[in-house]
Design a protein around this ligand. Structure first.
Ligand SMILES: Cc1cc2nc3c(=O)[nH]c(=O)nc-3n(C[C@H](O)[C@H](O)[C@H](O)COP(=O)(O)OP(=O)(O)OC[C@H]3O[C@@H](n4cnc5c(N)ncnc54)[C@H](O)[C@@H]3O)c2cc1C
Length: 407
């Protein structure tokens, strides 16, 4: 009998944990597992703001995929998925390769939502991937160098569009990282302006008032200029235009106004809702028994009206259930219903402050920042045990990450 072929697309949070769980659950020779990802490294998306400002070494947040998987159990292919032929059970890669599957997991993540705002796609920088975050860092250093030539203040104005969790994490990082970058470039940090733009009345508007107050005060201490209740109308290479004729001359606009599913899923011939792949309570694509989907590219309804948010927490809880349900399907066993347990949310504002909610408890300050570190360390522990935590945190591997694939 031929072995079933399991194919996992994407080695982000959802994909890598699904493959690692399959390594544990499958018996020797029970199935062939293949993991495909654009790059040969898995990046810690929740820390990309640090890559954007250069406050962390590349190797801390980009980990070699071959080092994470057991090559005797999982075959890794570095390649970019271009489309899926659901009827013939084939995945096409850029460059022409085709891979067959019996069971498919789509875990291709997210891309930024620009809401069609003119110029945002072309002129604003996205915190989307390791590569796009590295592009922010290179752009910032380029602006610092150019400022020395033309003294144009717009080169020292850094705008973060969107004051949600990702936005405040980016603002905190800029506030902590730019002084060092300025001193490396012999530019007085006093000349730098960091601006936050948010359409709602406050940053993190979905949080309790005390958390909003703490965040606003912390950003104020960092001298971040906060502009709220203003919608962005346009981004150009030199400025950002806001409602009521407000213009901010700025050559760096970092976009964090929301995310949507990776639009590649539109090429899969699967039914989509709100641009995402709708999945049932077993994490299978609706009306299919051999196609599963996890993480940000999927739509899981928690009740009739609302879906689970696009977070690492959701992807990480879905992945083990997805792996288990694939194995159960192969063995003809009963499938497990996915139940989401919200464990809380914490956002850092630089290294020494954070804000969040864990259960009913509000977190802030140094303790919040400590908890954020604990959450990240726990993920690394699950991924590669204590050895990986030591390696990543003490930067044992200093080899630079090779970025070769355009994203
Ligand atoms: C700055 C930032 C901070 C965040 N902080 C938090 C937080 O504190 N807590 C939290 O829960 N969530 C947080 N999130 C959200 C979280 O990172 C995402 O929800 C999570 O990454 C989703 O996981 P995923 O597996 O669905 O997708 P991803 O992690 O995006 O993985 C998708 C993978 O697919 C690969 N891929 C994409 N296209 C292709 C293709 N065509 N072919 C092959 N491979 C492809 C990508 O390279 C990537 O490896 C944060 C996000 C950002 C940007």
């Amino acid at each position: 009998m031929t072995k079933p072929k399991i194919l996992i697309l994407g080695a982000g949070y959802g994909g890598i944990i699904t493959s690692k769980r399959l390594e544990k659950l499958l018996k020797d020779g029970e199935a062939d597992v293949t993991l495909i990802n654009k790059h040969d490294y898995h990046y810690i998306t929740t820390q990309l703001h640090k890559i954007g400002v250069g406050t962390a070494a590349d190797r801390q947040f980009a980990i070699s995929i071959p080092d994470l998987i057991d090559s005797t159990k999982t075959r890794f292919i570095k390649g970019a998925v271009s489309s899926v032929d659901i009827h013939n059970q084939l995945v096409h890669l850029e460059g022409g390769d085709t891979i067959e599957y019996d069971y498919l997991v789509t875990a291709l993540g997210f891309e930024v939502e620009t809401f069609g705002i003119p110029g945002s796609k072309e002129n604003a920088f996205a915190i989307r991937s390791f590569r796009s975050s590295k592009a922010i860092y290179h752009h910032i250093t380029k602006q610092l160098n150019l400022y020395k030539e033309d003294q144009d203040p717009s080169r020292l104005t850094f705008v973060v569009a969107g004051g949600g969790f990702t936005g405040i994490e980016m603002l905190g990082e800029l506030a902590e990282g730019l002084p060092k970058l300025c001193s490396q470039h012999n530019i007085p940090f006093e000349k730098v302006k960091i601006v936050a733009v948010e359409a709602a009345e406050s940053v993190i508007p979905f949080f309790p008032k005390q958390s909003i107050k703490y965040t606003t005060e912390t950003l104020d201490k960092f001298d971040v200029e906060l502009i709220t209740s203003k919608k962005i109308l346009e981004c150009t290479p030199e400025k950002i235009l806001l409602e009521t004729n407000l213009e901010i001359p700025a050559r760096t606009i970092i976009w964090s106004c929301g995310v949507k599913a990776n639009s590649i899923v539109e090429k899969f011939g699967l039914p989509l809702e709100k641009g995402k792949i709708p999945i049932d309570s077993y994490l299978r694509v609706k009306n299919m028994t051999n196609v599963f989907s996890v993480g940000d590219c999927s739509l899981f309804m928690k009740d009739e009206k609302s879906s689970l948010p696009p977070t690492a927490q959701v992807a990480l809880q879905q992945a083990p259930v997805c792996a288990q349900n694939i194995v159960s399907t192969i063995r003809g066993n009963e499938l497990k219903v996915f139940e989401y347990h919200h464990k809380g949310t914490v956002a850092s504002i630089g290294n020494f402050a954070a804000v969040g909610l864990v259960s009913r408890f509000r977190l802030s300050g140094l303790f919040g920042a400590f908890m954020k570190q604990v959450i990240e360390a726990r993920y690394l522990f699950n991924l590669g045990g204590p050895a990986l935590i030591l390696k990543q945190h003490f930067r044992i591997n200093r080899e630079p990450v090779k970025i070769t694939v355009k994203q």
